[in-house]
Write a protein that binds this ligand. Structure first.
Ligand code: NAD
Length: 429
């Protein structure tokens, strides 16, 4: 197994979060190179050529998004989305807690490229440690002259603010995030206009994920061709996958895109724990349809995972083993989306409520056969009809679970409870 870490390359270095240790390992060299050897638009070009795609989940080409910024002379902002809350996803958390300067360096380069004079990190409320690390690291960067006026004697100035949210999944949706950052309740805005045209305080704004922006230093250091030499033509580069479930080594793994799912699970994550086998896999965070064990050869790039019937999403790879009750897992996830729905639009607010209610009934052994059709009917009434992606996210896994494991849902109805739990109970007693 060849190790290709770049964003995680210094994870074993003690105190890499301290600016002098970061600099001793080449930190801020990419910023110096960017400010002295590149014009801002050349960096936008470099990012376009690298093919870097948004790592928050949508996979939108970063350079193309930067190119959408309104060119009318108004102030521009960069906002980094560090509101990582997708179940099964914990990559940004490691990046901010362990190596905050890598993100800050990426933000300074990105702000220089897009012409932003102010940049914000919107940090998930629960990420207290990450927030404190970032706040400390930002101060170090100011003291070292990497932030503030005339950075490294150039005519580029940048002010960077770290903001802590209050713990709402919906604030990971970029327009709800901007509302929250402006001090209002985190409800999503209608798009278009996209933030690139009217974002923070109505100004042209780029919202990018932590991992996306952390890719800037290596791309400036090694170049676009280095990045496109990994992955596929449409999905170039590296991506961090968070692997969870009953595998031997759960954790974050940075691998070239198009690496087969089987390699991620067996070689990087050490395979399944003894006595466990794979029931199904959610490859991209809990918002996407599941893949079955006979799809383990699927290459982990945006196009191949889509072709296999799911989405690469945030790269939160949840491995469900044969002891997992699919009804219980579905009920648990839908309850999460019900709790996190902002309630602004009817299909999401009512849909998640009713789905959670019906699933709870089935799980408790008091459902009936018609409930399965009700689930699919409610899901159909939500699909593509909600104000923001949260509604679709709530049904992605559920609909695929009913499709692949309908017999297990039906067994909960006919056997008045979970047959799997009964089996486990029999073995234990
Ligand atoms: P999207 O496809 O609507 O947009 C992606 C990005 O491209 C946005 O920044 C958007 O502003 C920009 N964009 C798209 N079209 C544009 C245009 N014509 N002009 C200018 N900009 C344009 O997706 P989204 O709603 O931002 O994200 C959905 C994804 O988020 C899901 O796929 C899910 O996987 C992921 N997600 C991640 C987490 C997490 O914790 N990482 C949590 C929830 C959801």
């Amino acid at each position: 197994m060849s190790q290709t870490y770049y964003l995680l390359r210094n994870r074993e270095v003690p105190d890499i979060g301290q600016i002098e240790v970061y600099q001793a390992h080449g930190g801020y060299d990419a910023l110096k190179k960017a400010l002295t050897q590149y014009q801002p638009e050349e960096i936008v070009d470099l990012v376009k050529k690298s093919g870097l795609r948004g790592r928050g989940g949508a996979g939108f080409p970063t350079g193309v998004k930067w190119g959408f910024l309104a060119k009318d002379g108004r102030p521009r902002y960069l906002v980094v989305n560090s509101d990582e809350a997708e179940p099964g996803t914990f990559k940004d958390r490691e990046l901010i807690e362990h190596n905050p300067h890598q993100l800050i360096e990426g933000m300074i380069i990105s702000s220089y490229a897009i012409g932003a004079g102010e940049a914000y990190i919107y940090c998930r409320g629960e990420f207290l440690e990450g927030y404190e690390e970032l706040t400390r690291a930002v101060k170090e960067a100011y003291d070292a002259g990497f932030l503030g006026e005339n950075i490294l004697d150039s005519n580029f100035s940048l002010h960077l603010f770290v903001y802590r949210g209050a713990g709402a999944y919906i604030c990971g949706e970029e327009s709800a995030l901007l509302e929250s950052l402006e001090g209002r309740r985190g409800n999503p805005r209608l798009k278009p206009p996209f933030p690139a045209v009217a974002g923070l305080y109505g100004m042209p704004t780029i919202v990018n994920n932590v991992e996306t922006i952390a890719n800037l230093p290596p791309i400036v250091t090694y170049g676009a061709e280095w990045y496109t030499s990994m992955g596929t033509e449409k999905s170039p580069g590296l991506k961090i996958f968070s692997v969870s479930g009953k595998v031997n080594r759960p954790g974050n793994y940075e691998i070239p895109l198009a690496t087969p799912l089987k390699t991620l699970i067996d070689e990087y994550a050490g395979g399944m724990q003894e006595g466990r086998s794979i029931k199904c896999i959610i490859p991209g965070g809990s918002s996407v349809p599941l893949l079955m064990p006979d799809q383990l050869d699927t290459p982990l790039d945006y196009e191949s995972v889509l072709k296999a019937g799911s989405m690469l999403g945030s790269g939160g790879c949840i491995v469900l083993d044969d002891t997992v009750c699919i009804v219980k897992a579905s009920a648990r996830l839908v309850k999460f989306y019900r709790e996190e729905s902002c309630g602004k639009c009817t299909p999401c607010r009512e849909g998640t409520y009713w789905l959670a209610d019906v699933l709870e009934r089935i799980e408790a052994g008091i459902g009936d056969q018609a409930d399965l059709d009700t689930i699919l009917d409610v899901a159909d009434n939500m699909n593509g009809k909600c104000f923001c992606p949260l509604g679709d996210a709530a049904i992605g896994f559920l609909v695929s679970a009913v499709k692949h494991f309908r017999d297990e849902f039906e067994a909960h109805v006919t056997e008045r409870g979970c047959p799997l739990e009964a089996k486990v109970y029999d073995t234990v007693n």
